[in-house]
Design a protein around this ligand. Structure first.
Ligand code: SF4
Length: 143
């Protein structure tokens, strides 16, 4: 990635968060090869002072790691996404509110589609279930 981004980042905390998010996105896109920090600054439209501050913030948060290296005879750093940032995110989804939808246990689910013989837009099982949910909701709202 070499094209400079438009400096469209806002100011204040939100601006910093956006800047960090963009930086992480760019670093992540460079994968195992990493990115020279000056390339990141250039891409983000930052000077070296602003860029160094940004890198330090990301380092402190444990979102990136950096390794010293030499580029064209000059000492610099390469930036990488931290291992923990690469870990897949585990999301705990509660399905209690949707598990009773009749489609989950319907033997015709595989054959059900709009325009088909089994069609969710006119399925009596689904319509009756929805009607009972609506009636229950109305009763609870009126009491
Ligand atoms: S819409 Fe009706 S037929 Fe289709 S999967 Fe749901 S319950 Fe089954």
């Amino acid at each position: 990635m070499s094209a400079a981004m438009e400096p469209s980042i806002g100011s204040g905390r939100k601006g910093l968060e956006e800047l960090e998010a963009k930086a992480l996105e760019i670093i992540k896109a460079h994968g195992d090869e990493g990115i020279y920090q000056h390339e990141l600054w250039k891409t983000l439209g930052l000077d070296s002072r602003e860029g160094s501050r940004l890198a330090l913030r990301l380092l402190k948060k444990g979102l990136i790691r950096r390794e010293p290296t030499v580029h064209k005879g000059r000492h610099t750093y390469k930036l990488y996404i931290a291992e923990q940032t690469r870990q897949p995110v585990s999301v705990d989804i509660k399905i209690g509110s949707v598990i009773e939808v009749p489609c989950f246990t319907c033997k015709n689910l595989e054959r059900c589609h709009i325009g088909g013989f089994f069609d969710p837009t006119n399925c009596p099982i689904l319509v009756n279930w929805l009607a009972s949910k609506i009636a229950r909701l109305k009763r609870s709202m009126s009491s």
